[in-house]
Design a protein around this ligand. Sequence first.
Ligand SMILES: NC(=O)c1ccc[n+]([C@@H]2O[C@H](COP(=O)([O-])OP(=O)(O)OC[C@H]3O[C@@H](n4cnc5c(N)ncnc54)[C@H](O)[C@@H]3O)[C@@H](O)[C@H]2O)c1
Ligand SMILES: [Zn+2]
Ligand SMILES: [Zn+2]
Length: 392
Amino acid sequence: MKALTWQGIRSVTVDTVPDPILQQPDDAIIEVTSTAICGSDLHLYEVLGPFMNKGDVIGHEPMGVVVDAGPESGLSPGDRVVVPFQIACGDCYMCRRGLQTQCETTQVRAQGMGAALFGYSELYGSVPGGQAEFLRVPHAGYGPVKVGAELPDHRYLFLSDVLPTAWQAVAYTGLSGDADLAVLGLGPIGQFCARIGVHLGMRVHAIDPVPERRQMAARHGVTVHDMGEEAIGTIREATGGRGPDAVIDAVGMEAHGSPVAKATQLATGLLPDAVAQKAMETAGVDRLAALQTAIELVRRGGTISLSGVYGGQASPLPMLTLFDKQIELRMGQANVRRWVDELLPLVEDPADPLGVDDFVTHRLPLTQGPDAYEMFQKKTDGCIKVVLDPKG
Ligand SMILES: NC(=O)c1ccc[n+]([C@@H]2O[C@H](COP(=O)([O-])OP(=O)(O)OC[C@H]3O[C@@H](n4cnc5c(N)ncnc54)[C@H](O)[C@@H]3O)[C@@H](O)[C@H]2O)c1
Ligand SMILES: [Zn+2]
Ligand SMILES: [Zn+2]
């Protein structure tokens, strides 16, 4: 089959790799009909390179049709399913508590990490990913979300990652209704965090340096600002001088505005893998500009919800300010299955309350994946979200 594989820093290629086959009674094989590129894939593209191996099949936002189903998978050929980005068993201690990203059955213990993820480096189990014609889905009796046949793929596809991630980020703010929420970053995750805030009745203020990303958010009732000190002043003024009740960081470890850390990240990427892994495990390699903005902006006693991914072990944080402002901090990979039941009616609602129809900017054949990665990373051609079509 054809698949996108990781070849090196900023190098993704279309390759022919063996078709996946059933390995366990609860596996399923799906023929992928749509598969998206995520901001998290951009971390692999560059910063997390030391944890990747040449030829790894990447991608973790797929949906498709079951073509082969193990006897314990609960699925049948022909079922249309969305596949969550993490692999979870559904009945361990963690899964029962809605912490599927910490699943004790699939935890990658050798690396000291949580649940295995599709296509996401040695750290998360080196599981072949979904930017491919076919995907083997382990623990298929729990993860895949069965959906109907009527609506187009793009209505359902983002249940794999973006929508539950954004939903969890907002849930972790603890806010509802009459409140001020700030969202840093208007990539795919920030777009939906902001829209969910609006949908729940909050006043949403968002910051991103990219004009078309701000325009998209503005179309959905979000007050938008360019990056910089001015934005912080304006948002503070609009919130009685206090700052918003909560701030979501939907930027993560590759934030603009962190020149020193950027240089460290790039240098780390050029080291041999073993040395670079050690460096990442012991040094502060995150670009913290967005998190620092969040700490500055949030009101005293407010909450910061991190959905942007961070990877360094020694990133310096202003503990004095965090403590003095009494800031609550919540974070983590999204527990996809925990939120799907709340999201499914919203994506199926003909009124499209979260505006899923206004999200995908590019649908391209899988074979154009390498160009798509470059475009998404460089944010050219108005690119906000790319969906790849393995048949295209
Ligand atoms: N927690 C999870 O489960 C989960 C799931 C998916 C993605 N993520 C993470 O969420 C983050 C965002 O993902 P995405 O798909 O939206 O990617 P993205 O890279 O397209 O979005 C990041 C956005 O932040 C903006 N930005 C950069 N620096 C900024 C700054 N200093 N202030 C404000 N905005 C800034 C960029 O212009 C861009 O629009 C990534 O770190 C990704 O890994 C987490
Ligand atoms: Zn993703
Ligand atoms: Zn589990």
